[in-house]
Each structure stands twice: as structure tokens, then as C-alpha cells.
Design a protein around this ligand. Structure first.
Ligand SMILES: Nc1nc2c(ncn2[C@@H]2O[C@H](COP(=O)(O)OP(=O)(O)OP(=O)(O)O)[C@@H](O)[C@H]2O)c(=O)[nH]1
Length: 410
């Protein structure tokens, strides 16, 4: 500033050219950073001023174009800071005269504005550079990475694991030196390996399906065989059960069946409050018969006696069983003594009517002696042996009384 304006100010001051001084001050104050300027003589008295300056008392004042002074409110930002230059005039004898000084002022406000302006310029500059770099980067990224990656990802997405046999592969444009080319090669290799293994898996799956079918067929035939065996077993079981409850010689229920039925009927009659009748039949002089006619003939007699007794009983619930040896028994549930006696008489008569010759019998034919016993099971507290013993005792008495007769228990 001193180099620009110093000479002009020195010359105009030396020559008392007030107009030049003022024009020079206006020129200085028009500079953007300048807020005020003043000229003082060699004794420090204010000669001329413009803008915001400090007067001789150190107070900040404003001097307008007409030289009118007014106070200025001071603050941190608009406090003026000045730089003082001496006014040195060199005359024609080359002597230097110190004829005063001039001071130029600026303020923090101007500095801040300047700095802010500078920062703004730097910021805009940086933004523009960044955007340009960003667009360049985006272009390069898109050209070299974005497009190939998109191509790779859509290729991978399009792959259908169930249709890998279409032999598709991916090829990226370029000289095949890029890492993405290696990735494409790796994807192609992976697909080839998947195709191979899928083919093997499919063959394995078909094989398994066939195995499954044959196992299913085998299972079915096994199930059929098991069902047949189960049916056969059930039949055999029924047969065994029947055999275990049937007398082998006569084909009627055996002693075990008799015991089971008697127990069952006893409890049922006890529950229902109905009477129960049992009778024991014994073939008369059967030892003699065997001795005379032989055991085979004896067996035949037993078979005929058994079937005759069974055919004579009236109800389906009645049981005729072989009690043992040449003894037979009757269980007649829901039957009182009188009815039971009538039934037993009928049975004895039926045997008598068979008229099977027995030379060693008093009656000349096969006869039976019978003991009958009846009771109300509900009144006998489960003691069915008592009923059998009573029938047996009656049978014994019938034998003693001459055989071929029916006696009722006492
Ligand atoms: N043929 C044949 N005889 C049998 C069978 N079971 C028992 N007996 C015979 O039946 C006979 C029964 O004889 P006993 O108990 O003395 O009685 P009984 O000769 O009929 O004389 P009473 O009963 O007093 O009239 C025996 O000789 C037995 O061997 C059989 O299954 N078949």
C-alpha cells in the first residue's frame, strides 16, 4: 500500500494539495479490506480522514465524505485495526523530510467476511472437484465392475437347480485378466460340477425309487402272508381251544369244559336269582360190558350214550359233558328241581330206549343210573361243590337202589 499510495500522499501533503489528498484517500478507502484511512501531520494532528478511524484520543469515529464525524459503536467484530505508514518526502536535493503519517484501517468484520468468502470459494471448489471425481469413479465402477457383477448375479439368479442340464455358462467381455473373469470361470466350473452330481443323484434317486417300489411290493406280500398266517393261527387256536374243551372219544364237552361252564352258570344264576340243576349219569355194569363185549364195543356204547344224552336236552344253554370214564353230567341253568327231574327222566328213558343189548345187566340192555341236585346259587354263597356232592350222593343211592333209575338229592 505504501508503495502504491505513499509517494502520491507525500507529494500532495508536501505541496498542500488537499484535493489530491482527498482523492487518494477515497481511492484507498475503496479497497475491499479498507474500512478507514487518515492522514496526520508531523505533530500527530489529524489532517484528513475517511471512514472508520481512531482519533487522537483513541476513540473510534466515522468520518464521511464531507468530513462530518460521528461516534461508532465498538464491538468485537467491527473494532478497527490499523497500520501506520510515515509520510516521507524526498526533495530535489535528495533530502528526506518526515512530514507526517498516514494510517489505513480495517476491521475483524471485514477479515471474517474475507475468510468466509475464501472458505466458501474453497468449499465450492472442493465440492465441484469431488463431484467430478465421483462421477468419474462411478463411470469407471459401472463400466468395469457394476455391469459385469450385474451380469454375473442375474446369471446365477436364473440358474434352476432342477434344470442344470441345459449346459448354460457365462462369459464376460474383455481380455479375461480381470478378477471377475476368474469368478465367472469359477461359477462355470461350479455349475459343471453341480450338473455332474445332480445327474448322479438323479440316477441314485431313480434306483432308490425302484428299490422302494420293490420293498413296497415285498411288504405287501409279507403283509398278506402275515394275514394268512394270523388267520391260520387263529383257526388253529380255535381248534386247539375246541379240542382242549372236547372229549376225544365222544365229541361232547369234556370235564374241563364242564367245570368252566358250571362255574360260569353258577355265577350267572346267582346274579339273576335263578335256580340251577345238575345231574350225574353213570352207565350200569359197564365193567361187565367191557369184559363181555370188549373195549371197542364199550367205546361205541359211550359214544351213543353221549350223543343220545346231548340230543335229548331241550335248551341251548344246557350242557351235557363227559364227566369221566363211563360217567356223564348235565348242567341245566335256570331250571328248578321239578323241571330238572323231568328232563333227567327223559334222558334216562332215551338211553333205555336205545335198547343196546347187555347180557350181564339185570335189564338185558344198557341203562344209566342218575343223581339229580338243584339249588338257588344266590342262596349258597358260591359253594357249587356242595351241589355236585349232593348229585353224586344221589347217584350212589340210585346204584344201591337197583340202578336204571333217577334219584333226587336229599
Ligand atoms: N370201553 C371203555 N370203557 C371205559 C372207559 N372209561 C371207563 N371205562 C370202564 O368203565 C368201567 C367202570 O366200571 P365200574 O366203575 O366198576 O362201574 P360199573 O362196572 O359200571 O358198575 P356200576 O357203576 O356199579 O354199575 C371200568 O371197567 C372202566 O375200564 C372208556 O373210555 N371206554
Amino acid at each position: 500500500m505504501d508503495m502504491t499510495f505513499g509517494a502520491s500522499l507525500a507529494s500532495s501533503t508536501w505541496r498542500f494539495q488537499g484535493d489530491v489528498q482527498k482523492a487518494t484517500l477515497i481511492g484507498i478507502s475503496n479497497l475491499p479490506v479498507v474500512t478507514g484511512v487518515k492522514i496526520e501531520d508531523a505533530q500527530g494532528r489529524l489532517v484528513l480522514a475517511l471512514g472508520n478511524i481512531y482519533d487522537g484520543d483513541g476513540k473510534q469515529i466515522h468520518v464521511d465524505d464531507n468530513g462530518v464525524r460521528s461516534p461508532v459503536a465498538t464491538g468485537f467484530l467491527n473494532a478497527a485495526t490499523g497500520h501506520r505508514f510515515p509520510i516521507l518526502y524526498r526533495d530535489e536535493h535528495n533530502l528526506i523530510h518526515d512530514i507526517g503519517s498516514w494510517t489505513v484501517y480495517s476491521s475483524r468484520h471485514v477479515v471474517v467476511k474475507k475468510v468466509a468468502y475464501g472458505f466458501t470459494l474453497i468449499l465450492i471448489n472442493s465440492i465441484i472437484k469431488t463431484l467430478v471425481l465421483w462421477f468419474i469413479f462411478l463411470y469407471v465402477f459401472q463400466r468395469w465392475l457394476g455391469t459385469p457383477i450385474t451380469k454375473l448375479s442375474s446369471f446365477v439368479r436364473e440358474q434352476d437347480l432342477n434344470r442344470l442340464d441345459t449346459q448354460q455358462s457365462i462369459a464376460l467381455p474383455g481380455n479375461k485378466q480381470h478378477e471377475l473373469h476368474f469368478l465367472a470361470d469359477a461359477i462355470n466350473a461350479m455349475l459343471a460340477s453341480l450338473r455332474k452330481h445332480m445327474g448322479q443323484n438323479r440316477a441314485l434317486y431313480d434306483e432308490l425309487q425302484q428299490e422302494k417300489e420293490s420293498l413296497r411290493a415285498l411288504n405287501k406280500s409279507l403283509e398278506l402272508r402275515i394275514a394268512e398266517r394270523t388267520h391260520d393261527l387263529a383257526q388253529a387256536n380255535d381248534q386247539l381251544k375246541l379240542l382242549s374243551l372236547t372229549d376225544a372219544l365222544t365229541g361232547i364237552p369234556n370235564r374241563r369244559c364242564f367245570d368252566q361252564n358250571l362255574d360260569q352258570e353258577w355265577r350267572r344264576c346267582a346274579r339273576n336269582g335263578t335256580p340251577l340243576t345238575v345231574a350225574l349219569f353213570d352207565v350200569d355194569w359197564f365193567k361187565n360190558y367191557n369184559d363181555k363185549y370188549g373195549h371197542i364195543a364199550g367205546d361205541e356204547v359211550l359214544r351213543r350214550v353221549a350223543s343220545t344224552l346231548q340230543q335229548t336236552v331241550g335248551r341251548a344253554g344246557d350242557t351235557v359233558a363227559r364227566y369221566g370214564g363211563e360217567e356223564f353230567a348235565l348242567i341245566a341253568p335256570d331250571t328248578d328241581g321239578e323241571s330238572g327231574l323231568g328232563l333227567v327222566h327223559k334222558m334216562r328213558n332215551a338211553i333205555f330206549s336205545l335198547d343196546m343189548p347187555h347180557a350181564l345187566s339185570d335189564f338185558g340192555r344198557i341203562t344209566v343210573s342218575v343223581g339229580v341236585a338243584s339249588c338257588m346259587p344266590s342262596q349258597h354263597n358260591g359253594d357249587l361243590n356242595m351241589l355236585l356232592q349232593a348229585a353224586d350222593a344221589a347217584l350212589y343211592r340210585a346204584k344201591l337202589a337197583g340202578r336204571n333209575q333217577v334219584l333226587v338229592a336229599e
